[in-house]
Design a protein around this ligand. Structure first.
Ligand SMILES: *Cc1c(COP(=O)(O)O)cnc(C)c1O
Length: 219
């Protein structure tokens, strides 16, 4: 199927309260433009350099999301334009985001990445660590970085019951945090292979790449 058809399919299929982040990493600008012309405005990338190159060339009403692991020394490159950083996993990183956002005279929205998968390779922090960040005086004083939700990735497995239990675990943390911290509103979970389960489990934001743009070629 064509990219534009895929965008239309997801837009009609997803519940109204679930945002579609089109994950366009490794894909050429023409592919992003095809999605754009079909009405897509939120794009997600996992490398700051690549996202910045695309931001420079593509229409300015695109909302850019950084979904990959972020190195602190590169925050400054995306600070002028990034719309949401999905994978914040330390107070140190949040401090850098706050500082760079202040330099740009803007506020940058962030999600805390919670580790829910069993695999060691997945990044993220525990519920306790996330709570410590949100309760810290350092965070409370920040004026230019705002935590608006949580993000998580389930284990890459065919076992749907495991994926579901991991998403439900994250949803429970989200509900609990949402009650304590009014700014927490977004729950980013679900990718091409597991977005249906994620939506059933209460996701407000799905990150879909290969089922929109086709398989990625990293060579
Ligand atoms: C690449 C990526 C996605 C999209 O994965 P697909 O399986 O292609 O949909 C989602 N989230 C993150 C963090 C990613 O790096």
């Amino acid at each position: 199927m064509e990219i534009s058809e895929n965008i239309k399919k997801y837009k009609s299929e997803l519940p109204e309260n679930v945002k579609l982040v089109a994950i366009s990493k490794t894909k050429p600008n023409e592919d992003l433009m095809e999605a754009y012309e079909a009405g897509q405005r939120i794009f997600g990338e996992n490398k700051i350099q690549e996202m910045t190159d695309k931001w420079e060339k593509l229409p300015k009403d695109i909302e850019w999301h950084m979904v990959g692991h972020v190195q602190r020394n590169k925050v400054k490159y995306m600070a002028p334009f990034v719309g949401l950083i999905h994978a914040v996993d330390s107070l140190k990183l949040l401090k850098e985001i706050n500082k760079r956002a202040k330099n740009e005279d803007r506020t940058i929205k962030c999600l805390l990445q919670i580790k829910i998968a069993e695999e060691d390779s997945k990044f993220g922090i525990s519920r306790e660590e996330a709570g410590e960040i949100l309760n810290s005086e350092v965070y409370k004083k920040m004026e230019n970085a705002e935590v608006v939700g949580l993000m998580g990735m389930a284990t890459f497995t065919e076992d749907e019951s495991q994926v579901k239990s991991e998403f439900l675990k994250l949803k429970a943390i989200f509900d609990d945090f949402k009650e304590q911290y009014p700014s927490i509103q977004e729950l980013s979970m679900g990718m091409s292979g597991d977005y249906k389960i994620a939506v059933d489990c209460g996701s407000t934001m799905v990150r879909i790449g290969s089922s929109i743009f086709g398989e990625r070629n990293y060579n």
